[in-house]
Design a protein around this ligand. Structure first.
Ligand SMILES: Nc1ncnc2c1ncn2[C@@H]1O[C@H](COP(=O)(O)OP(=O)(O)OP(=O)(O)O)[C@@H](O)[C@H]1O
Ligand SMILES: [Mg+2]
Length: 511
């Protein structure tokens, strides 16, 4: 390895963790050094978050040892983890929306003077941390008034309080904009220079190659490899994660002209949709690209009847249709799969089977009775089709890993057999293997004549998977590009309104 002499800050030795029906971790051992960014990768459900929760004290291992600075430690609870210098930034936000930023950052560790909270010191300290992060946020702002990406940055700010020795970032960029991402990467490098050990979980390969010194791969709860990043290629890592090769470069097949199934003319809805016109043909994949707030999601919601529109027309197969509610839309064969799986897509306390079958239930009704066996078969088929990792169809959805929840959302809607399918950021949080599966499925659906609208902030993804790309700019479509000869630069020029030189750091990663 490198010339630098490093010592292990964290050592995992034979960590084993079982949940009912699943062995989440099966004898995992590896070390993390001081001043190292150590990427932890693996498919959805591989055990990454579980291992980090053990380190942070949120879960206890059934077997195995964790050492910090060479000493065996018992981490009973998050406060104990914190006391040992471990800071965890979770996949899901844990900030309290109805408190201000400063109080969130210093929650439970408020500076005091004569037994009372010293508010001036609190806001000063919080502001200093925000500045350190390069954030232009006032510590007195209420968290609920911030964008999701900013809330995520507050989450990160909170981890910097005290003297962190080990920082865990679990998919930190999934809701950050490009510029917030850059700020985060800078911060990671600075922490590394200070000798902090950083564990970095991500499904995005570019990030891993940009930041990591070493990478550990987990598969099905087992340790597969730990390698210096310079010793591996992206394809090597994919093969280690999924145990086979996956081609992530092939473009979607070309689309032959077909009848227009959906045409939208001069659609107006709320402040963000200000005259949107486009058409999509049967079997075509139309990509929606653009910056945050450019109106992509809002347009989709209006077409789906989930947001009222104040002007314009929606034509289905050439007929003017009144789509006022999602129910109208579904009845007309239009489906919208939201990006926010927790808010719109899933009932967390229900099982995988219940979530999956819910919209399809009418299909299993026979003279007022439910065909249970048919329903079970249907559920099993979709679990198999999308490779949902779950111990059983009757597992509560909240215990599935993030990516597997996303697959259930997709399966639930795809199973309805829509004519027009709108997918909003369908691959956020899912692993390379599952991404390839999702796109294989989308291509298959398009090949059956379904018109697909794909909203994605990942430019390579949209360029590869679309036949045509509509680029949004300030509530209108600034231009359309044929995906065959579109480039990232061309898309960005349109996204920025063409007159400005595009700047990749400003390309937003969330709508
Ligand atoms: N509290 C829990 N109860 C039951 N099963 C759980 C619990 N937490 C995790 N699991 C299961 O343990 C396995 C590992 O999950 P984990 O969340 O660690 O995966 P992950 O690698 O972080 O995946 P992702 O990339 O999707 O976030 C999965 O099969 C998951 O369903
Ligand atoms: Mg996880």
């Amino acid at each position: 390895m490198g010339p630098r002499v490093t010592k292990a800050v964290v050592s995992f030795e034979g960590i084993l963790k079982r949940f009912p029906g699943v062995t989440a971790l099966d004898g995992v051992s590896f070390d993390v050094s001081a001043g190292e960014v150590h990427a932890l990768i693996g498919e959805n459900g591989a055990g990454k978050s579980t291992l980090m929760k053990i380190l942070a004290g949120a879960y206890r291992a059934d077997e195995g040892t964790v050492r910090i600075d060479g000493h065996q430690v018992q981490i009973h609870g998050p406060e104990a983890g914190r006391g040992l210098g471990v800071r965890m930034i979770y996949q899901e936000l844990t900030v309290l929306p109805n408190l201000d930023v400063g109080r969130n950052i210093l929650l439970g560790r408020e500076p005091t003077r004569r037994g009372l909270v010293n508010w001036r010191a609190l806001y000063r300290q919080a502001q200093a941390i925000l500045t350190q992060l390069g954030l232009d946020i006032d510590a007195r702002t209420m968290v609920e008034d911030l964008a999701i990406g900013e809330q995520q940055m507050v989450e990160i700010a909170r981890a910097l309080v005290g003297d962190p020795k080990i920082i865990v970032l679990d998919e930190p960029t999934s809701s950050l904009t490009r510029s917030e991402e850059e700020a985060l990467f800078d911060l990671v490098r600075r922490l590394k220079d200070r000798g902090v050990a950083i564990l970095y979980i991500s499904h995005r390969m570019e990030e891993i190659f940009l930041l990591a010194d070493r990478v550990t791969v987990l598969r099905d709860g087992q340790w597969v490899a730990t390698k210096p990043i310079g010793d591996v290629t992206e394809q090597d890592l994919i093969a280690l994660m999924v145990g086979r090769d996956i081609d992530t470069s092939a473009k979607a097949p070309a689309h032959d002209a077909a009848p227009v199934v959906l045409e939208v003319r001069d659609l107006q809805a709320g402040p963000r949709v200000r005259g949107v016109s486009f058409a999509v043909e049967a079997g075509e994949v139309l990509g929606f690209s653009g910056l945050v707030g450019s109106g992509r999601t809002e347009t989709a919601l209006a077409v789906f009847g989930a947001e009222p529109h104040s002007g314009g027309e929606i034509l289905l197969n050439g007929d003017r249709r009144t789509v006022h509610t999602p129910r109208d839309a579904i009845a007309s064969g239009i489906l919208y799969v939201p990006e926010d799986r927790k808010g719109l897509g899933l009932v967390l306390i229900h099982t995988v089977a219940e979530n999956l079958a819910l919209p399809s239930l009418p299909r299993f009704e026979r003279r007022g009775l439910l065909d249970r066996r048919g329903e079970r078969r249907f559920v099993a088929e979709w679990i198999e089709k999308l490779g949902v990792r779950t111990p059983s169809p009757d597992q509560q959805i909240e215990f599935l890993s993030g990516g597997n929840q996303q697959k259930v959302v997709l399966a639930k809607w795809l199973a309805l057999g829509p004519k027009i399918l709108i997918l909003d950021e369908p691959t956020r949080g899912i692993d390379v293997g599952a991404k390839a599966e999702v796109f294989r499925l989308i291509r298959e659906i398009a090949a059956q004549g379904v018109a697909v609208i794909l909203i994605s902030s990942e430019l390579p993804e949209i360029l590869r998977e679309s036949n045509r790309i509509a680029v949004f700019h300030q509530g209108r479509i600034a231009g359309e590009l044929d995906a065959a000869d579109a480039s990232e630069e061309a898309v960005m020029a349109l996204a920025f309104g063409q007159d400005r030189q595009p700047d990749r750091t400003q390309m937003e990663a969330s709508p």
